[in-house]
Structures are given as C-alpha cells and as structure tokens.
Design a protein around this ligand. Structure first.
Ligand code: 13P
Ligand code: SF4
Length: 305
C-alpha cells in the first residue's frame, strides 16, 4: 500500500471509531496537517479549552500536548480524555513547580498569581486565575491586585506589562520554539519579502515583538490574515499554523519567520496514534480530584472573563 492509500485507510478507520466511541477530536494549530484535517475543531489554546468544556460526547481525543489534555480533563471529569501521544509534553510547562508557586506566594503575599495555561494541573491549582496568549492582557486587567506574579513565560509576561500599569513579576520560563527566533531572522525574511506584514506570537522575545506589525495568538493570526486587506504575511510562530492559513486564506501568501520554529512535542501525534487511541481508549489522561477541583477554579475564572 502506498503512503496516500495508507493515510486514507487510517482516516476512514478514525471516522468509524469516532462514531462508535461518540468521540470529538480537538487539535491545536501546530499539529501536523493530516491530524488537523481529521479534527472536529482546530484552534488555539483558548478556543480548545472552551471547546473542551462545551463538546457533547463521551470521549475527547486531544491532539496537542499534555497540559491541554489535562485542562480538558479538569473541565470534564466525567469524560474520557485521550492524549494519543503520551510523550507530548510542553517543556515550558515544566519550568515551574507547585512548590515554586507556593514560595512566590510567601515572598509576595499581596500579589495575584496568573498562570499561563501552559502549566501543570498542580501549578494551576496554586494559581488565582489562568490565561492564554489571546486573553492575557484582559485577564491581568481584570484583577484588583496591583502586583501580579505572571508565570511561567517571561516573554508573555513582559509583553503584558507593556499594556498594564500594574507591577508584573515575571517567572523566567520560556518557549524554546519562540524564544530562539531572532531579529536576524526578521531582517532576512523581511529583505526577501519587503511588502509582507510581520505577525508574531507574544511568546517571542521583546526585540522581535518590537519589529512586528501585529502580535497575536495562533488563531488571532489566522483571523487577521483572512480579514486584513494585505496580501503577504510573515508568520512568527510554529510552522504547523501554515496549514490552517493555506486552508482558510488560500488567496494570501504566508512565509514562515523561521523554518526552525518547530515544536517537536506537537509533532508527536500522527494518524496511527489517533487511530490506536480510539481503538484502545488509551493513553488516557487523568488529574487527581483534589488537584482538579482547585485547578478548575483558576480555569473557570479565566473562561468567565
Ligand atoms: P496559542 O495557540 O494559544 O497561541 O498558544 C501557542 C502555544 O505555544 C501553545 O503551546
Ligand atoms: Fe510548549 Fe512552545 Fe511547544 Fe507550545 S510551542 S507546546 S509553548 S514548547
């Protein structure tokens, strides 16, 4: 069997199993194209968290990384949540522990703790509220405290601080995919495509953000490319997003800011793993009830803003 026949067979099998299991497949914008194509919903972290809360099904298949599947578990304790790639983790999420959050609370007792959703359930359980890249400014603005511990991403924290009069205390975590994008990358791509608008993700370094025309979450970029009058864009985030851009805005030209911007963890999910997880109903993700109950408060508070 050639590769495209194999892909078709796997896609058919996944569709049958989806029906049988009463399952919904959620995929992040960074997933490989064939996984995005079989998903019911493809989106950014906030859209997927909202979808995880509202989907009516027995099984949620999360094509993304571990913290996303954990969030789906926390919001749906009664559903089976599958993470087809058990080894898909977010290195930034492991840059802070619950013990470290407790230490920060002791050091800054008057500060609110805002956790990016790219954190473990244990860290969310120690937090006042969560945020994603698309609502971080709004979330910080919604707090009554004047001092805010923002974790774990220092770049997102510093970006939010540009829009806030509050004192933002950033943890020093970062996303290795976005943090390694440089101003040299910007110069090179800009000189090849001088008319293209530069869109970058707020997980990028401040000096890269300074050169951008617009800053957006992944789905924010897709919406902007589809609706803006401009024809060419340089996309400063993980390259998996280019597939959604081609699908949704085929009349626009999008160039990656860096072809090295690849999140290996996001690429661990493939059709074979999705199919196997629906077949066996594993690997299943669960979160201990006591942690889930506390983490749910921080996530729900975010969803209510
Ligand atoms: P968003 O899709 O929410 O912008 O997040 C990007 C990301 O790095 C997810 O891991
Ligand atoms: Fe984590 Fe960055 Fe990969 Fe997103 S792109 S999962 S933040 S390492």
């Amino acid at each position: 069997m050639n590769e495209s026949n194999m892909t078709e067979t796997l896609q058919d099998r996944i569709l049958q199993l989806k029906e049988k299991r009463n399952a919904t497949i959620l995929a992040h914008n960074y997933q490989v194209p064939e996984v995005q194509d079989i998903a019911d919903i493809v989106g950014d972290s906030l859209e997927l968290a909202r979808a995880a809360r509202s989907v009516e099904c027995d099984v949620v298949v999360f094509c993304g990384v571990d913290f996303m599947a954990e969030t789906a578990c926390i919001l749906n304790p009664e559903k089976t949540v599958l993470l087809p790639a058990e080894d898909a983790c977010c290195p930034m999420a492991s840059m802070i522990t619950a013990d470290e959050v407790r230490m920060l609370r002791r050091r800054f007792p008057d500060a609110a703790v805002v956790s990016y959703v790219n954190t473990t359930a244990e860290v969310k359980a120690e937090s006042d509220i969560c945020c994603t890249s698309s609502n971080a400014i709004k979330i910080v603005g919604s707090l009554e405290q004047e001092q805010v511990i923002f974790l774990p991403d220092k770049n997102l924290a510093n970006y939010v601080a540009r829009f806030s009069s509050k004192e933002i205390l950033p943890w020093q975590g970062f996303c290795f995919v976005h943090d390694r994008i440089t101003t040299d990358d910007v110069m090179k791509v800009h000189s090849a495509h001088p008319d293209a608008k530069l869109l970058v993700h707020p997980e990028c370094r401040a000096e890269v953000i300074d050169l951008a025309d617009h800053i957006f979450s992944t789905s924010g970029m897709i919406k902007h490319v589809c609706s803006a009058p401009d024809k060419e864009f340089i996309i400063g985030t993980e390259i998996g997003i280019l597939h959604q851009l081609e699908r949704k805005c085929p009349d626009k030209k999008c160039y990656p800011l860096s072809s090295q911007a690849v999140c290996t963890n996001m690429k661990r999910t493939d059709l074979a793993r999705v199919c196997e997880s629906l077949e066996l109903l594993k690997p299943r993700r669960t979160v201990p009830e006591e942690i889930a109950n506390r983490a749910r408060k921080a996530i729900k508070r975010m969803l209510a803003v």
